[in-house]
Design a protein around this ligand. Structure first.
Ligand SMILES: [Zn+2]
Length: 508
């Protein structure tokens, strides 16, 4: 039966289901008025009224973006080219009251931003949007291609037309390619949205290692190639992540899409990234300084690549069954964002790339910023209200991350140094994974079963109740003090117990 299993595994899922795809045609060569014209050919979807939509929000983003706001001139036609009624219900959705014979939908879309500069406002997640210019296109499909409510599982075929001079970098599987035309297939709307594209004159580098192939595709608006220097930084990052994760990387093929624009404000830089299962889109606004770009990419790429575990592999039902219009927010953003950021913060010292002093400098800055946020709302409650409480959201990268640091120290203390959050996350990967989400309310019980009731109480106290994190107490266990200015210092004569615990925690 082995050969039969193999053959089945090679047949793409959408063929087995024999479902007709929605075919979207996008011509990047036609950018009249800075807009793209989109045509969708729609398979029969029945005679009941339909709702066509663009996402209000996408996975990895915790604030409403209303991607439908960029859409105009929506029209629907039957197979004979006769218009069918279609009415806008709200900013993101259109209703087709009598879609009998529906064959084609056409509309135009504006781009979300013109240039990636240091302009920034709360709730503005530019890595979920894109820009359309003759020189380069950053394409997030959720801003260009829509879905029919209740039919998000349908496969998509993307017929992309582009200038022959441009290369389309993406992890989306390509079926056909010929100069100016490429055909891509996605197994569902979720799969399509999970694979952004950078379409620009080729500036690419490949990193081929025994366990992973990585494409680094870049575009700098300066016209200078940067991919080779960026790839030099990503190669050791992959080695560090493999070691940090216990010897294996979570994916085999991965694409970094990196868009760079020089900052026009001296001394100001900005980076933004959005994680996906097989790629990350990184937006950078900073001087064309290869060393600075490489350093920023290391930090952002590190965080985003760790997301392939949390939440892209280990996550709750809320994320597994994602609703693009009104997603149910999980209680565990402290895990998805806090732990991911803790891994990115902890890895450099753990892998010997940073001194204790450098590491403590990063931690003390997070503590300083955390203290600007109120402590009266438990992080699990804040997680469920993330979309409404955009003013508090950033605290997941501060308090969420510092909580994970405290959890790491507590776990090490309870296990004579043997077990920390790295092992905990590996254990969670054994319990859960894609297609096997956890129930939001059961996660703490699972962690308590894996680690002990004291850790269960620790989670309850600091995540389910309003809590001021006792960082001073945690640092005392590892021989670190906080002075009156908030600076962290290793104590000059640590006890043997402090030394042992610090070595287990930091490897230093
Ligand atoms: Zn993140």
């Amino acid at each position: 039966m082995r050969s039969l299993v193999l053959i089945l595994a090679l047949v793409p899922l959408w063929r087995l289901h024999a479902q007709e795809a929605i075919t979207a045609t996008i011509d990047l060569r036609d950018q009249r008025n800075d807009r793209l014209e989109v045509e969708l050919i729609v398979p029969p979807l029945g005679d009941a009224p339909l709702v066509f939509a663009l996402p209000r929000i996408v996975p990895g983003i915790y604030g409403a973006m209303d991607h439908g706001r960029l859409v105009g001139s929506m029209e629907a036609f039957d197979g004979n080219g006769h218009p069918l009624p279609i009415q806008r219900i709200d900013v993101d959705r259109w209703r087709l009251p009598s879609p009998q014979g529906l064959h084609r939908i056409t509309y135009s879309v504006d781009d979300g931003w013109e240039e990636f500069d240091i302009r920034f406002s709360v709730g503005n997640y530019r890595s979920s949007e894109g820009t359309v210019k003759p020189g380069a296109v950053v394409l997030n499909h959720n801003t260009v291609v829509g879905y029919f409510e209740g039919h998000e599982h349908l496969p998509y075929t993307i017929e992309l037309k582009k200038p022959a001079t441009h290369y389309a970098a993406t992890s989306l599987p390509r079926m056909y390619e010929n100069g100016e035309a490429i055909t891509f297939n996605a197994s569902s709307y979720r799969h399509l949205v999970d694979n952004p594209m950078l379409i620009a004159p080729a500036d690419t580098a490949h990193i081929r290692l025994p366990d992973i192939n990585v494409l680094v595709a870049c575009h700098s608006t300066t016209g200078q190639p940067i991919a080779q220097s960026v790839a030099k930084e990503i190669r050791p990052l992959l080695a560090d992540q493999r070691a940090y994760l216990g010897g294996t990387l979570p994916v085999k093929d991965y694409t970094f899409l990196i868009y760079h624009n020089p900052s026009d404000v001296e001394g100001s830089t900005m980076g933004d990234g959005l994680e996906h299962s097989a790629s990350t889109l990184v937006l950078l606004c900073m001087p064309l300084d290869p060393a600075m770009i490489a350093r920023s990419v290391y930090g952002i790429a590190s965080h985003e690549f760790f997301h392939t575990i949390l939440p892209l592999s280990v996550h709750s039902e809320e994320i597994e069954h994602y609703d693009f219009n009104t997603p149910h927010m999980s209680r565990h953003l402290w895990l998805y964002e806090g732990m991911t950021e803790y891994f990115a913060m902890h890895m450099p010292i753990k892998q010997g790339r940073q001194s204790v002093e450098e590491f403590l400098g990063v931690v003390q800055e997070k503590i300083r910023m955390m203290r600007k946020f109120p402590d009266d709302i438990p992080l699990t409650d804040l997680s469920q209200q993330a979309m409404e409480r955009q003013d508090q959201y950033y605290n997941f990268y501060l308090k969420g991350t510092l909580f994970c640091m405290g959890l790491d120290i507590a776990l090490r203390e309870h296990s004579n140094g043997a077990y920390g959050v790295q092992r905990l996350v590996q254990d969670l990967q054994r319990e859960y994974g894609p297609g096997k989400p956890f129930k939001d309310e059961e996660l703490f019980a699972t962690i308590a079963r894996l680690t002990g009731p004291d850790i269960g109480a620790f989670l309850q106290r600091h995540l389910n109740e309003p809590s001021v994190l006792p960082v001073k107490e945690w640092f005392a266990k590892v021989g670190v003090t906080i002075d009156e200015h908030g600076s962290l210092h290793p104590v000059s004569r640590p006890t043997a117990a402090q030394r042992r615990l610090r070595a287990a925690w930091l490897g230093a």
